[in-house]
Design a protein around this ligand. Structure first.
Ligand code: ATP
Ligand code: MG
Length: 418
């Protein structure tokens, strides 16, 4: 039969890589625990409306990238393209705001976007992210930013820069919007078709366009930072001050507007110049109005999402190997029926005690079993043949230095006590 391959834009995370992923995820989980963020798991698919409301009607994600289909009951559902919308839906639906505020959540999820696959850009990808509800103060913005920063520091990653901006509130943006429309109208004919559409609906999105021509036109566009109202600028200044206290370097980049609607005030990205065009490892911002989009009472919100694949690429590029020690403490090499049964009995006891013990399943020769033990990185091996069983003792070989030690079979457990 013909072979079947994985769909375009998806990738298998094979056993030789999954250890690194697990290690990265466990570092992220530990950091979240330190900061007091708890995991939330929401459905992989939602009513399409969740993303239209939570991501925004004019975004690329909603207009072009969603995996939307009708289920057998005729409902329109969508595979989640990102994490925030479903979490805000859940926050409102489950009344999480009734519990102690602020609500501190993290997620590790698969996301789906119909995009042109490239390095660092897939159709199924993974995100690690945080959401913090109930805290309008700039101290929350800086705290959210500090977690990815601390993650990079913890794994020894350097050269990921923090780009920071404030896109103000509705009032600041109303004035800015006018100024932007006036600016872009001069070159309206030259904008890409998408940006021509964006011009009246959401002109800030033009600043986010990837087309060279639009980028060129946008070069001298008015800057949001010149339009911030008093409150928004004070908020922005305070975020910067907290970041300085945390010794986090940043660069104010007034062109960062972020891809999703409903952001306000702080927006930020962590960018690497080491992994090609898809250099944004992590992006986030404040979204104070979003709970209302889901019929909830207004609650401030702020969060970020990190692309796991891009994070793993940056690590690889930097030569940082997060391989988890999934090794084998003991590999038993039984020879013959009697020994196989004894090996299973010995392994059973050791496994109960937490020892990582494996044994041959293929009835191979000593030589072949030794070779296999070496391949899987077994720390020690033990050959079990009839003479060892008769004697009630066997030799444990240390695979690293070749040293050997004779041990009574009924005293094996002591050997592996930590
Ligand atoms: P980009 O400008 O690269 O398309 P975005 O603004 O669409 O990014 P977000 O929606 O902010 O991205 O998602 C947060 C992070 O998720 C990104 O910074 C990136 O690291 C990752 N990400 C987004 N889309 C993809 C994808 N298709 N494949 C892999 N990672 C992705
Ligand atoms: Mg995108």
């Amino acid at each position: 039969m013909a072979q079947i391959t994985a769909p375009k834009g998806t990738q298998d995370i094979l056993p030789k890589e999954s250890g690194r992923w697990q290690k990265a995820e466990s570092i992220m989980r530990e950091l979240c625990a330190q900061y007091g963020f708890k995991e939330i798991r929401t459905p992989v698919f939602e009513h399409t409306e969740v993303f239209v409301r939570g991501v925004g009607e004019t975004t690329d994600v909603v207009t072009k990238e969603m995996y939307t289909f009708e289920d057998k009951g005729g409902r329109s559902v969508t595979l989640r393209p990102e994490g925030t919308a479903g979490i805000v839906r859940s926050f409102v639906e489950n009344g999480l705001f009734n519990e102690a505020l602020p609500t501190k959540l993290f997620y590790m999820i698969q996301c789906f976007r119909y995009e042109k696959p490239q390095k660092g850009r897939l159709r199924e990808f993974h995100q690690f992210g945080l959401e913090l509800f109930g805290a309008p103060d700039p101290i929350a913005d800086a705290t959210i930013i500090s977690l990815p920063y601390r993650l990079f520091k913890k794994v020894g990653l350097e050269g990921i820069s923090l780009e920071l901006n404030s896109i103000g509130c509705k009032e600041c943006r109303a004035k800015y919007r006018e100024a932007l429309i006036a600016y872009f109208q001069k070159d309206e004919e030259q904008l890409c078709p998408t940006c021509r559409e964006r011009l009246q609906k959401n002109p800030m999105r033009i600043l986010d366009c990837k087309s060279e021509i639009c980028r060129g036109i946008a070069k001298d566009a008015p800057l949001i930072t010149d339009y911030l109202c008093g409150d928004c600028s004070e908020h922005f200044e305070a975020v910067k001050e907290y970041l300085s206290i945390m010794k986090i370097d940043y660069r104010v980049n007034p062109r960062i507007v972020r891809g999703l609607d409903y952001y306000n005030r702080t927006v930020f990205e962590f960018v690497s110049d080491q992994i090609g065009a898809q250099g944004t490892v992590c992006g986030g911002g404040r979204y104070d109005g979003m709970t209302e989009q889901f019929g909830g009472a207004p609650q401030p919100g702020i969060g970020f999402a990190m692309g796991m694949e891009r994070f793993m690429l940056v690590l690889e590029q930097a030569g940082i190997n997060l391989e988890e020690d999934n090794g084998c403490d003991l590999f038993l090499i039984p020879l013959g029926d009697r020994a196989c049964k004894e090996a299973v009995r010995i392994a059973d006891e050791l496994l109960d005690r937490g020892v990582r013990v494996q044994y041959d399943l293929l009835r191979r020769s000593v030589k072949a079993q030794m070779k296999y033990a070496d391949k899987i990185g077994a720390a020690r091996t033990m050959v079990l043949g009839d003479s060892e069983l008769d004697e009630g003792a066997a030799t444990i070989k240390n695979m690293a230095d070749g040293s050997q030690k004779k041990v009574a079979l009924n005293e094996l457990q002591e050997e592996f006590e930590q």
